[in-house]
Each structure stands twice: as structure tokens, then as C-alpha cells.
Design a protein around this ligand. Sequence first.
Ligand SMILES: Cc1cc2nc3c(=O)[nH]c(=O)nc-3n(C[C@H](O)[C@H](O)[C@H](O)COP(=O)(O)OP(=O)(O)OC[C@H]3O[C@@H](n4cnc5c(N)ncnc54)[C@H](O)[C@@H]3O)c2cc1C
Length: 522
Amino acid sequence: MTGNENFDVVVVGGGAAGLSGAMVLGRSRRRVLVIDAGEPRNAPADHAHNYLGREGVPPLELLADGRAEVAAYGVELANDRVTAVTRTEHGFAVVTGSGREVAARRVLVTAGVVDELPDVPGLAERWGRDVLHCPYCHGWEVRDQAIAVLATSPMAGHQGLLFRQLTDDVVIVVADGVELSPTDLERMAAIGVPIEHGTPREVVTDGDRLVGLRLADGAVLEREAIVVASRPQVRADFLSPLGVEPQQVEMGGTPVGSVIAVDPVGATSVPGLYAAGNTTDISMTLIGSAAHGNRVGAFINADLAAEDADRAADDRRAEMFEQPAWEERYSGERVWSGNVNPQLEVEASSLASGRALDVGCGEGADTVWLAGRGWSVTALDFAVAALEKTAAHAAEAGVGDRVTTLQADVRTWQPGEERWDLVSSQFMHLPDGGMVDLTRRLGSAVAPGGTLLVVGHHPEDLATGLRHGHRSFLFTPESLIPALEDGEWEIEVCDVRSRTAVHPQAGEVTLRDSVLRARRLG
Ligand SMILES: Cc1cc2nc3c(=O)[nH]c(=O)nc-3n(C[C@H](O)[C@H](O)[C@H](O)COP(=O)(O)OP(=O)(O)OC[C@H]3O[C@@H](n4cnc5c(N)ncnc54)[C@H](O)[C@@H]3O)c2cc1C
């Protein structure tokens, strides 16, 4: 068994649907493998019809051309049979009859169907030649001929109508146990289609030439073509490890075949597993299957592109929380206005000064404001560049003697024994609910009777156009309350406040600040 081959997409089945899916994916520079067992549904027919631009092409010639076309875009093709598709951590493992095992982020199933034929001796041998099912695939080729429609389901009335359009000489032979509806019987009588009753005994031939049908009474009905309704059964046994089972298709209460159920983009019930062509719809002809494969291939490409971009965004977002990004940010020109944050000004103006902790002090505007009002401030940040700027700004403002800097990462920082009368966190954001844990630790740093003030961007700010980040790290004030143990805190403010700001790209926007202020009971 070979392993460790990784593909964006493995296509199971290289018929019209599979190759058309591979085409759009190959041209989108996806790494694609098409595994094909080489038995397209129309292989028994000499020619394929109704495929615009390739009218009358031999079926295998059409596919050989398609294989060459997709190979030109880097699609790999394998003559093999898929025996199992299983789930893996990052997608799927696809196993073949030859013992090959490959990994795929997505799988496109286009393995088509197997036509189950009525059980009449001699019928199967002539399938696709003069035993036919579809007026559009090969009706023109039997125009004006003597045709028998073998009715093994009530659907035969439909076939009688369509083949009568092509020839004056149609007889319907109704198998035992089948009843045509009164409407069909009336229609057939009106358009000159006689009805015979009883399951035929066999197909009669002379050498390789079709002679006709031996009817139930032993008489031979001479015919040049026989029309049957096959029951196409989806090839999907290799999907059982994923729990995907064929779904029966019925018409007028009669079972007519089976498919794999998909949604409008070709997605099955298993995320990442797609299907197209006859696998999903037994009535699709070649051109319809090709179009469906092409369409589903495009949706798979979009799905992969979105996944790639989301992963890149996750990586980029994760970097935003690391020290190097902030060192770089604070290494150049001033980033912020130098003004105190508005909610700190509102909430702390009336507080008597004491010891304050400014969490994530940045360039130190809040630290300098607090120190200017008599507070003795510990300015905490993990960026050395931020602390240097804070110290410099405090010195410029003449309050350097009331400012101490502390380099620490708030994601892991523990206050130890030290306590502050005011702990202020202004617009510190952590991903995935991390603010609740931080609020709890910051709360433990507040002295009895002291104040905890946590302010941040409300999730509604995502709609302002300021791109304040990602939903996972914006927070509501209520979401932080579980961090404050019952009985130890008085919640003084739990509020969402609007304010106006001017943004170079977005213009004047209304921002919403989440404000939580709590007093530790003494
Ligand atoms: C006799 C006959 C004549 C027809 N003539 C016409 C016609 O003239 N015009 C027309 O428009 N339509 C015609 N059709 C219908 C046409 O064949 C289908 O619409 C078309 O083939 C469906 O394309 P597909 O790609 O979904 O499936 P298919 O063409 O059946 O391709 C499926 C491919 O998957 C492969 N496969 C299956 N299982 C596996 C596996 N486990 N691992 C790897 N590969 C696998 C098969 O070998 C096959 O190559 C005809 C049908 C029949 C029965």
C-alpha cells in the first residue's frame, strides 16, 4: 500500500461529470487526482448524442479527449477502482483496488450508476445497441422502425408517448403485475399504439440480428428495437465507511433507481464530500452530467479557497496577540492620540487617587493622565517599546516619579500579593473568551474597597467598518460578570456606551464601548 500522497480533491469516477469537475479544479490550480474504473454508463453504445459540439462521438473517444484536456492542466489520472473512502483528521483517505491510498481535502463522487435491466432472457446482451431506454440518447437512430416498449412499470406510458413521436409503429408489451393508468390507455388508443399483455419469454435473434420479442403466448412480435426502463442504481458501496447510503428514487410511487442525496452545491451529508452527475440524478444525460460536474467542481474550489483564507486569517489573528507584533507597532511613530481613554476619564475622575494598575498601557496616555491626577501608577505591557514610550511620555509630562513600568504578558500574569486601588483595562482584547479569565485575575489584584474597570469594543462595532477585529475577541460587559465572584463585588456599571469617532476611511462612525466597573467590597 502506498500512502502520503496529498491532493486537494480526489474525483471518484472519470466520466462526463468527473472530468468536467476535474477541469474546473485543475484550471483553478488545485491538486487533483481522478480515479476511474473505465466503465461509463453509455459505454455499450457506439455513439453519444445530444452533446453539443461533439454530436455522434464514440463515448470512449469523448472521455479520452476529456482526459487529455484535464491532464494538460496538471490533473493526475489513474485507471483504478476506489474501494473505500474514510474520514481523517484533515479530510479523507481514499483507498483503491490496487492498494493505493491517498489523502484528499475534498472528495467528488461521480461514479455514476449501474443500469438494472428487466429479467428477460437475451435482453442484457443487446443493451445500448437495439435495447434502449432514452428517446433523446438514441431515439433518432431508430426513427421509423418497429419498436416494442416493454412496460415493467407504469412509467412505460411515458416512453410510449415519446417513441411514438419518432415512429408510427410502437407496441407496448405490458409485463405481468403492471397496470397502465386509464389515461395512458386512452392516450395510446388515440395515437395508435396497440397493447400486448404478459411478460415476454425472451428476446428472439437471428445470429446477431434482433428479430423481436417472444410474447407470453409464444408468438413472436417482430421488432427492430426494444425500449425498456432500466433501474439505475448508484455506485456508492465505497462510501459505506462514511455512513453514506443510497437513497431510493420513486416516480408515481414506483421505485425507479437510487442516488446519493446532495444539496444545490453538490454537498452530501458528510462535510467535504461532494457528488455530481448521475450519482445524484438518474435522469441526467451526458451534457447535464458534465455541466453538474463543472458546477460542483467550482463550488469545491470556492470551499477550499474559503478554508485557506480562514486558516490564514486565524494565523494572522493569532500573531496579533503576540509580543513581536506589538513591539513593531510601537517602534515607530505615535500610534494613539495621546489622550486619556474616554470611559476611564468618565469613571475615574471622581475616584480618590491611590495606587493604579494600567493594564496594557501602550504608549501611556492613560498612565500619564492618572499620574497627573495624583495616582501612583504601575504601567503594565508585554511590549518593551510600549513601556519605553510610556516612561518617556510620563517624564515629559513631569509625572515620571509616579510611574513604574512592569513588563508582563496579561495572558499568564498573576498579581501575587500586590494590590491596587484601581485596576484599569482599556481595550485589551483576548481571543476565545480569554477576557473572562483575565477579568478574574485582574479582580484579584484589586485592593478591598478598590475599583476594577474593564472597557472594550462591543461586538456591534464589527458593523462600523472599522474592522475592530473578530467576533471571538470583542465582548459585552455582561459576558465578564461571571469572573466576579458573588458576594465580593458590587457591580457599579455594566453598560454599553455610544461615542462618535472619525476614521480616515470610514468617516464619522458611532462606536459602542462595553463598560464594566465593579467595587471590591471591603
Ligand atoms: C446505453 C446508454 C446510452 C446512452 N447514450 C447517451 C447519449 O447518447 N447521450 C447522452 O447525453 N446520454 C446518454 N446516456 C446517459 C449517459 O451515459 C449518462 O448521462 C452519463 O454517462 C453520466 O455521466 P456520469 O459522469 O455521471 O457517469 P458515468 O459516465 O457513468 O461515469 C462514471 C465513471 O465512474 C467510474 N466508476 C464507478 N465506480 C467507480 C469506483 N469505485 N472507482 C473509480 N471509478 C469508478 C465508472 O467506471 C465510470 O467511468 C446513455 C446511457 C446509456 C445507459
